[in-house]
Ligand binder design. Structure first.
Ligand SMILES: Cc1ncc(COP(=O)(O)O)c(C=O)c1O
Length: 432
């Protein structure tokens, strides 16, 4: 099949196809890709880019992995899809068993959906339906922290940062939620109990209306790439018990090893009542997400007015997506993933350290396979991206952040190409 894009196709793309977060009138450059293998993305003009993004933090095994490809080919021959209402299949059962096995013990019930944002909608609805079933119909609001991000659908947006998510544009269509200050203690900082006061005050005053606290564990991703203290999360868990609210943890970005633990909540030694996973679930091959919960929550919902949970997407538990997810998790578990993340972490910490010396750099932080250089001012994304492409690296900075989340299979040499490009580009920004 001809993979090349001619100039008419590219013109069509510019005129008719939305790309994320770019203008339709004056769209930012898009680079035509013809293939991707391992950690390399090949552009139509023949250039190869080392991938420092894992396609928005999902492609943990790199691209075109033979085992993941195989899983899809095989499954296609059996069936690409069947509805999940009234039918079931082996890929969904195998995947659920794996997820129950690798997530914290109390999470025993799995609900599949299409994307991370939808799994967050599902989590919110589960919390509200659980309390309604138990006779607490007033508990319909969510509590979260500033600088969070949970997706782009309306419910997920309502619990994402109000400023970054530009809530003012959407007026009353967004549900009003409670926002506590974002965690101030960094991952390695000494714990200060003051840090949790804002959240505690809201809980004390409004717990009767609050169904759940929702947070990204340890890493606040798209809302600022901030790493916070595990003690914050432990305190949130304690307070959720004290004030009778559920805890939803959004592990969509952090799940499957990214921080060096299989799930980031393990760093705090806690378990949520509801957990969302997505992104790396399928090794970045297909869109699939899951919302896991406890027997207590599922029993509660099932004893309520309807007797069932009010959600059921058309492509729920799509067999192709489930089978590639099974292959991806097995591949991860059979790989030395922890050692790889430790090696990536020390490599990033060592090689990004010199960026601290630049006056226009506010902070450099590394956790697991996440390396972040935070600038004092927002960077010009399109221009900087072009500089990275010219250096043979694929990175997509946003706001004040130049960061990498490479595939776990990246070798030292390729990782050095990424960190060198980051250091040079960041240095150049200061010369303007
Ligand atoms: C923590 C978190 N939650 C939810 C989402 C939304 O996932 P999706 O883009 O698959 O809807 C993202 C995406 O970046 C995320 O980082």
């Amino acid at each position: 099949m001809n993979k090349m894009l001619n100039k008419y196709m590219l013109k069509f793309d510019r005129e008719h196809i939305w790309h994320p977060y770019t203008s339709m009138k004056d769209p930012l450059t898009v680079y035509p890709v013809v293939s991707a293998k391992g950690v390399r993305i090949t552009l139509q003009d023949g250039r190869e880019l080392i991938d420092g993004m894992s396609s928005w933090w999902a492609a943990i095994h790199g691209y075109n992995n033979p085992e993941l490809n195989e899983a899809i080919y095989h499954q296609t021959a059996d069936m690409a899809h069947v509805m999940f209402g009234g039918l079931t299949h082996r890929p969904a059962i195998e995947l659920s068993a794996l997820l129950i096995d690798i997530t914290p013990e109390p999470l025993q019930k799995v609900f599949f959906s299409d994307s991370g944002s939808v799994s967050v909608e599902v989590a919110i609805k589960m919390a509200v339906q659980y309390w309604a079933a138990r006779g607490y119909g007033k508990k319909q609001r969510l509590l979260t922290v500033r600088s969070g991000y949970h997706g782009d659908t309306l419910g997920a947006m309502s619990v994402s940062d109000t400023v970054i998510g530009m809530h003012h544009l959407f007026g009353d269509i967004l549900a009003r939620q409670y926002f506590a200050d974002s965690p101030g203690c960094g991952y390695h900082d000494k714990w200060n109990e003051e840090d949790i006061q804002s959240l505690k005050t809201i809980l004390r005053e409004h717990h009767e209306e609050i169904a759940a606290i929702i947070m990204e564990p340890i890493v606040q991703g798209a809302g600022g790439m901030r790493f916070y203290s595990p003690q914050y999360l432990r305190r949130v868990r304690e307070l959720s018990y004290e004030f009778n609210v559920l805890l939803i943890l959004d592990e969509i970005a952090t799940g499957f090893g990214r921080t060096g633990s299989m799930f980031a909540c393990e760093k705090a030694g806690i378990s949520p009542d509801i957990m969302c996973v997505g992104k790396a679930l399928t090794g970045g091959y297909m869109s699939l997400a899951a919302t896991l919960t406890t027997k207590e929550v599922s029993d509660g919902i099932s004893s309520g007015e309807t007797g069932y949970f009010m959600h059921g997407p058309t492509f729920m538990a799509n067999p192709l997506a489930c089978s590639v997810a099974v292959a991806s998790i097995k591949l991860l578990l059979s790989s030395p993933w922890k050692e790889r993340i430790v090696a990536i972490e020390s490599h990033l910490a060592r090689e990004l350290d010199s960026c601290r010396g630049f006056p226009h750099v506010r902070d450099v932080r590394v956790l697991g396979a996440i390396g972040v250089v935070e600038m004092r001012r927002p960077v010009e994304m399109a221009r900087i991206q072009e500089e990275f492409v010219n250096k043979g690296v694929w990175l997509r900075p946003f706001g004040k952040l130049v960061y990498t989340m490479p595939p776990y299979i990246i070798n030292e040499e390729d990782l050095t190409l990424i960190t060198t490009a980051m250091t040079e580009v960041v240095k150049g920004v200061g010369k303007e």
